[in-house]
Ligand binder design. Sequence first.
Ligand code: PGA
Length: 254
Amino acid sequence: MNKERKLIIAGNWKMNKTVAESLDLVNGLKRELASVKEVDIVVCPPFTALGEVSKAILDSNIRLGAQNMSEHNFGAYTGEVAAGMLKEFSVRYVILGHSERRQYQGEPDALIARKATAAHAASLRPIICVGETLAQREAGEMEKIVGTQLRGSLVGLSEEQMIETIVAYEPVWAIGTGRNATAAQAQEVHAFIRKELATAYGESVARRVRIQYGGSVKPSNARELMNQPDVDGALVGGAALEVRSFSEIIKNSI
Ligand code: PGA
C-alpha cells in the first residue's frame, strides 16, 4: 500500500496481561512481524510489564508505548508515573486522553494538553485520542465534539511538536463493541481532523501528522480502513491481545 505517511499501528493492551503473558505476546509478535518495515509497530503494555517487554524487544522492529503518564515530572503524586520514568524503559510513545480515561478518570482536554507538553519535553511522542459518543453522533455533534477535544488537547504544542504528535480518532461507540466505523465514516472524520490541524498549524504541518483510527479494528477490516487517504494507522484494543490477530492486522495493512 503506497501511503503519503508511514502507517503506525499500535496495540493498546489496556489493563490486561501479566508480565509472563506480556512476554508471550511480544515474543510471538517479534517472530511474526520480524520482516515488516513498512509500518511503525508499537505495543502499549500495562506499566508493570514495560520493563520486561522493553528488554524483549531490544533489536526488534517493535517500539514501546505507555497508556498514560502524569503531567508532572516528579513529586508527591501518589500512584502517578512520570515521563522520565517511562524513558528509563525506552518508551517512545504515550497514549493520552483515551476515552476510557476521559470517562472513568474525568480527564479534561486541558489536562491532556499539559500531559502532551510534558511528553514532548521528555521526547515521548503522544498519541492523543479524540472521539464522539453515539448520542453525540446521532445529535449531529460529531464535528463540534471532535473539534473541541482536538483543539483543547493540543493547546501549547508548537509546529515541530505537532508533527511528532499522533492523533487517534476513536469513536466511543466503536470501542470494544465489534462495531467499527465504516471506512467512509473514518475517512470523513480523519479529513475533518486534518482540516482542523491545517487551520491551526498550516497545510504543510497538517499533511505530516499521522492520524490513527481506533475502534473494533480487526484483521477483516484493517485493509479497507488503512486504504483511506487520511487514515495513517490504527490504535487496536481487543485484537491487539493475541499474536495472530494483531500481526494479521499489520500484514493486511501493508
Ligand atoms: P478496541 O479498542 O479495538 O477493542 O475497540 C480500541 C481502543 O480503545 O484503543
